[in-house]
Design a protein around this ligand. Sequence first.
Ligand SMILES: Cc1cc2nc3c(=O)[nH]c(=O)nc-3n(C[C@H](O)[C@H](O)[C@H](O)COP(=O)(O)OP(=O)(O)OC[C@H]3O[C@@H](n4cnc5c(N)ncnc54)[C@H](O)[C@@H]3O)c2cc1C
Length: 495
Amino acid sequence: MVARKSVAVIGGGVSGLAAAKAFKEKGHLVSGFERSDDFGGVWEPSRSYPDVQTQSPKELYCYTDHPMPADYPEWPKGPQVHAYLHSYAKKHGLEDLFSLNTTIRSMTRRSDGRDGWTLQIEDGTDKRSEDFDFVAVCTGQFSEKNVLTHPGQDGYLEAGGQVMHSSDYTDPSMVKDKRVVVLGFSKSATDIAVNAVKSGASDVTIVYREPVWRVPYFVGGINFKHLLYMRAQEIQFNGWGGSPLGKLAFALFKPMIWANFRGLETLLKLQLGLARHNMVPKIPIEKDVSCSIPIVTPGFFEGLRAGTIRPVQGTIERYDSNGPVLTNGETVKADMVVLAVGWKLGVPFLDESYRDRLIEADGQYRTYRLIANPDLPDMGFVGFNSSFCTVLSAEIGANWLVRYADGMLANQPTPDAMRENMEVMLRWRREERPAAQVYGGLCSAPFHFRHFDELLADIGATKTSHSNPLKEMFSYPDATAYGTYLASAPDYRAT
Ligand SMILES: Cc1cc2nc3c(=O)[nH]c(=O)nc-3n(C[C@H](O)[C@H](O)[C@H](O)COP(=O)(O)OP(=O)(O)OC[C@H]3O[C@@H](n4cnc5c(N)ncnc54)[C@H](O)[C@@H]3O)c2cc1C
């Protein structure tokens, strides 16, 4: 018999909703906490820049039992994703489980000697503590702004300049007739550069360190979901572990794999005109693919060609009163600098001694299946297995976590087996696949199928793939099908 637990879910984004549903479904008492005044996490309008849209096509960015509406475009816009998440919360009665405007300030082991954690909860001016048997941390990778300051910034601000984080670029009218500099080269950087041009900025410069591979929504006219999201492609990347036979097969096919990726690079170079803009990345694409590989913002390369976006390689060294002074010595006259420099990863509310068990000195996370750590009992992470289809990853992860918490995984790992596996994965990231170290190693892309296979096997799913092996090899992950795979595991209920 599985005892009913009190479960805290921290965060009300994609992952918090998935966790709340998974724990509620098994009969646990769920209390969700979301520090902002609405659900949605990164899709919550006050945190989104204008024109934000998914990188994943809509069939790859949905829960297993809740497709995106048929009238949504292939790549939905931020407000549409936000509405979709609300409809999911409503469908499953999750809204009432959450306290909004409520922040978890700290998380320490329970002092009453029972298993679980005591959370310090801040709700407006009210502070209280509450004990829970289990905690699902669903705070994502984009919760704490990475704040950069450069010498001379105060003087620039005093002279009338503006400096902001990309997540504060929420109102396009603020750039009208302004000279704008965007620092960074991620999707948000190029999205903002394009939006600034569209919104009437008089001058837009994007300052970036290194060119990176980016994938357009259509590669050679084909929607990239048909090219990049399939087992046949995934097995060409150097994954972890593998049998000696698998390694031999990988070595035998290496020349074909090499040719495949050179072909893809050539296509991208031609389609995007990378050489013309001196933007051919140095690293081979197969070594670079991870959660940080951006999709091309429509209008970005067109902006480079038209001269409406001026690219400069380098970074900001300091400011003078006119604007940022770059490492190439140039001062860019600017009214506004948008720092699209990302987010700080972390679990700041977790007791420090436990954080030390979770995060290595080089920032790599120690997690088993990107979800749990045996040295952090009675807790786990949902959505830390981010991917190119994070909604599905979060949902499958949440289903894994509730069974792990209940001791109901078909392959319930021992703490030693988890530690051994964590070491293997850390070694693989550090020595064999450095690209997998992005976001502290909390990225399952491009190994979606492999990751899902492991989770489903642990869960005890009896159905784990399409009955047609060719279809399985050459199709993108089908969220609805994954719903049936999850449902094929033995069911139970906590009482
Ligand atoms: C612009 C943008 C586009 C993206 N597009 C895609 C895409 O197309 N495909 C894809 O797979 N992924 C995409 N991602 C990645 C995206 O982060 C995930 O898909 C997903 O939305 C993450 O959800 P989450 O719930 O894990 O985290 P978040 O959305 O970050 O939600 C975490 C929540 O936790 C809350 N929180 C944090 N700390 C506390 C605390 N102490 N107490 C209470 N609440 C707290 C936050 O307020 C937030 O609401 C995109 C990300 C961005 C920023």
